[in-house]
Every structure is written in structure tokens, then in C-alpha cells.
Design a protein around this ligand. Structure first.
Ligand SMILES: [Zn+2]
Length: 67
């Protein structure tokens, strides 16, 4: 098996093209994140999965508690 594990291919349903990972900056629940998000190169639609957001929020909360 030669399929890479780290990047599952996401397809834009509108444009039927593979999404590209792009650096993105966003704010969620008052936290700022700078991360790579899958984005459609044609229509610019960003895909923000809830799991990704929750994971990032947990990371930030943990780093805050460490201080
Ligand atoms: Zn698209």
C-alpha cells in the first residue's frame, strides 16, 4: 500500500477538484489560530472541520493551563 496517511484527499463538491492545503488564519471562541486548512483552489471554499477546531482549542487551552 503506497497511499499516504497524513492527507486524506478532499474534493470540492461544487467544482469537483481536489482541495489544497493553504495556510489560514481564523478566530474561534476568542482564540486565534494559524493553521493549514483544505481550501478549494477554484471557488476558495474553506473546509473547517469541527474536529480540527476542537483539537486546536484543546491545544491552546492546555498551553494556557501550563503557565
Ligand atoms: Zn470549489
Amino acid at each position: 500500500m503506497s497511499a499516504p496517511l497524513e492527507k486524506p484527499a478532499l474534493i470540492c463538491l461544487k467544482c469537483n477538484v481536489q482541495l489544497e492545503l493553504r495556510k489560514a488564519f481564523f478566530t474561534y471562541l476568542g482564540f486565534n489560530f494559524n493553521t493549514e486548512l483544505p481550501r478549494c483552489p477554484v471557488c476558495g471554499q474553506m473546509y473547517l472541520s469541527e474536529e480540527l477546531v476542537k483539537g486546536k482549542v484543546t491545544e491552546v487551552e492546555m498551553s494556557l493551563e501550563d503557565k
